[in-house]
Design a protein around this ligand. Structure first.
Ligand code: PMP
Length: 353
């Protein structure tokens, strides 16, 4: 600790991201990245953006990208906010819509950045326990004082919520903002974007990190009523007007024009998920019905910690949450078929020793 630290720094409880090993010869199934590369057109566009224009600031309004996102989502550009990964969008959300003295609600088991931002911005929160089957307690999210945030599908459980239930949460929080974090929605869940027209208190956040294999360019966005979007713009412009760099912008715009490729890799991930879950079930593993690009599994015949450590020794990284209520589980991001075959073989070996 330094005597120069502010109270904020002293009290910060930063998010601990999944391991990013230096070695390249490992099988990395721990941070929900897409196992396939970005499309050729996306890469070419980014290469093309490395030119003399880099001496200039990028666009502060991000108009072209907003137009493309608006077309994709069936909304107007004024309903779109763009940020440097959805983590940054969420950071702005906490500043724009939540008040220090008004307790917000989120599920007890959920994306662990929510309590981090709450602490950073002095926002009090109430954690709503999951149901016994690890689904979100819908009614538990009713009647918040300060707002609601949850992922759909939830992370790290992968369990999806029906749009009817989301609508009920919105109806029971008419004077609060409800954030639906759709980081994984493309892998089998219906998006809540269409509800944004009827519910001015709904903000949906999305990312190109998972579905579009672009975690490295940090590009996320939000869709909602234009007043909410204007609030986010005010916070962003009070912080840094140029959050999206020119290379990321070129990549994101090209990616959104190449949906045939991305639907193909999304479908591939879904197929591999279904195959791998069948294999793990036949080995006696329990798991949730994941609609994400990861599986949330309770191992058979060994503990989650031992399985995580044994896999790591064999060069396979999965995510273990040393956290009450879910310490019996590991989260396995879906890799290529070849990677998942090796994973299953190694698990069989570990279980037989
Ligand atoms: N929300 C959830 C639920 C996530 O799991 C993640 C990825 N770790 C994010 C948001 C952030 O994604 P990104 O910043 O890469 O857009």
């Amino acid at each position: 600790m330094s005597k120069f630290w502010s109270r904020k720094v002293k009290e910060a409880k930063p998010y601990v991201p999944g391991e990013q090993p230096e070695q390249t010869d490992v099988i990395k199934l721990n941070t929900n990245e897409n196992p396939y590369p970005p499309s050729q057109k996306t890469l070419e566009a980014m290469h093309g953006a490395i030119n003399d224009d880099l001496r200039r600031y990028p666009t502060p309004t991000v108009s072209d990208l907003k137009r493309k996102i608006a077309n994709r989502e069936g909304v107007a550009p004024s309903n779109v906010f763009v940020g440097n990964g959805s983590d940054e969008v969420l950071a702005f959300v906490f500043q724009a819509f939540f008040e220090p003295n008004e307790t917000i609600k989120f599920p007890e088991i959920t994306y662990s950045f929510y309590p981090v931002y709450s602490n950073l911005y002095d926002i009090s929160f109430q954690k709503v326990p999951l149901n016994a089957d690890l689904s979100i307690d819908v009614e538990g999210l009713y009647d918040s004082v300060g707002g609601v945030i949850f992922p759909n599908p939830n992370a790290p459980t992968g369990v999806a919520m029906a749009l009817d239930d989301i609508e009920r949460i919105l109806q029971n929080n008419r004077n609060q903002v409800v954030i639906v974090d759709e980081a994984y929605v493309e892998f089998g869940t219906e998006t809540a974007v269409k509800l944004t027209k009827a519910y001015p208190n709904l903000l949906v956040t999305r990312t190109l990190s998972k579905s579009h294999a672009l975690a490295g360019i940090r590009l996320g966005y939000a869709v909602g009523h234009e007043d909410l979007i204007e609030g986010l713009e005010r916070i962003k412009n009070s912080f840094n007007s140029y959050t999206i760099n020119r290379v990321s912008l070129a990549g994101a715009e090209a990616a959104l024009e190449d949906e045939t490729y991305y639907s193909h890799i999304i479908n591939q991930v879904i197929q591999t998920r279904e195959w791998a879950s069948g294999e793990l079930r036949s080995l006696g593993f329990n798991m949730t019905d994941s609609k994400s690009n990861f599986l949330f599994v309770k191992p058979a015949r060994t503990t989650a910690r031992i399985l995580y450590e044994s896999l790591k020794e064999r060069g396979i990284y999965v995510r273990y949450f040393n956290q009450p209520k879910i310490d019996g589980y590991i989260r396995i991001s879906i890799g290529t078929d070849a990677e998942m075959k090796i994973l299953i073989e190694q698990i069989e070996e570990i279980m037989s020793t």
